[in-house]
Design a binder for this molecule. Structure first.
Ligand code: DAH
Length: 341
């Protein structure tokens, strides 16, 4: 009995078939263990008990060893079947909206030169979007900012409740909040009731406002030139064209030189297919109207300032040279579009 080498045999088994054969060899009906039990009968009575116990112990040990080995082999088998060529499971991973990245970038550019990011109500009073911007009740210029009106009680001083149609409403709010010097960058959602290939009812604007003593147009030009070079590239330049806004005087449209023809308007003797003139329209701006300063509690004889308003959607599309036929794709939640960013 002592020279049974089941331990070694079980240990060396390399497959479940070999293991099963070993089980039959030792534990089977005609197996070694049963044979040993048979032999007990030939022993003197007083030795049978002790021998029987010993054989039982060995039997149990063999069972445990076989069991353990079986599990081990199963595990190896599973590992052997691991097919490393199978494509992995990929889990959907979310990301920020492309415009959120652009907004962060714009804010960083202005923060570097001391502008402070603020945000003001999207659900706003008429007063801040119009009266405070030199557009009194009934003024036709209000029509330019087609507006969503909210069914709510009118405010005695501030008028109707609206969805802010532009970030310029932040100008008066900022003047109320802090005394000059003011360096504001107000990025927010804005709303106008349009829904077509080039308009969404919700879009974004960012409004710059700078008020201090001796502020003039050169500061406005310098700041926008700095932004354009940071955001679009060093080779880009700007130009101001006369325009009209009620809240600035003088007022300008700002153009940026085209990234394809670099302001020349033509490439290899042919009209530039992107801009046709060398310039792309970018934003509105101007020197803050004295009435707007007054309504913000600032003395226009002491302080001057400038303001501008940009559309980050337009900035993004111009920079990335995105050929989007329909701007609504930015906001209709189509994952196939959003996943590309
Ligand atoms: N609020 C204007 C708009 O939505 C844009 C604008 C023009 C903002 C001139 C300004 C500005 O601050 O000075 O069309």
């Amino acid at each position: 009995m002592e020279n049974l080498n089941y331990k070694e045999e079980i240990e060396k088994a390399t497959s479940e078939v070999i293991l099963e054969n070993l089980r039959i060899k030792y534990l089977g009906r005609k197996g070694i263990i049963n044979k040993l039990f048979e032999e007990i009968k030939t022993l003197p009575k007083e030795k049978r008990r002790e021998k029987g116990q010993k054989i039982n112990e060995i039997k149990k040990e063999i069972e445990t060893l076989i069991d353990r080995k079986k599990k081990e082999l199963k595990k190896i088998k599973k590992e052997e079947f691991f097919d490393s060529t199978l494509p992995g499971k990929s889990y959907p991973k979310g990301s920020l909206h492309p415009l959120t990245y652009v907004i962060e970038e714009i804010v960083n550019i202005f923060q570097k030169i001391g502008f402070i990011r603020v945000s003001y109500p999207e659900v706003e009073w008429e007063y801040f979007s119009f009266e405070a911007l030199n557009m009194p009740k009934g003024h036709p210029a209000r029509d330019d900012f087609e507006t969503f009106f909210i069914e709510a009680k009118e405010h005695q001083k501030f008028g109707k409740m609206i969805l802010s149609p532009h970030t310029s409403s932040g100008q008066n709010r900022e003047m109320q909040r802090v005394k000059p010097p003011i360096r504001m960058i107000n990025i927010a959602k804005t709303y106008r009731p349009n829904w077509d290939a080039t308009h969404t009812p919700m879009f974004h604007q960012f409004e710059g406002l700078c008020i201090d003593k001796d502020i003039n147009i050169t500061h406005l030009k310098g700041t926008i030139d700095y932004f354009v070079k940071e955001f679009f590239g060093k080779e880009r330049t700007i130009r101001l064209r006369p325009a009209h806004f009620q809240f600035t005087e003088p007022s300008f449209e700002i153009d940026v030189s085209c990234g394809i023809c670099l302001g020349k308007g033509e490439v290899d003797g042919k009209k530039c297919r992107v801009c046709k003139s060398g310039w792309l329209e970018l934003a509105g701006a101007g020197m803050v109207h004295p009435n707007v300063l007054k309504m913000g509690g600032i003395d226009p004889k002491v302080y001057t300032g400038w303001a501008f308003g940009f559309g980050p959607e337009r900035c993004m599309m111009m920079r990335e040279e995105m050929k989007i036929d329909d701007i609504r794709i930015l906001y209709n939640g189509d994952i196939r579009f959003l996943e590309q960013f």
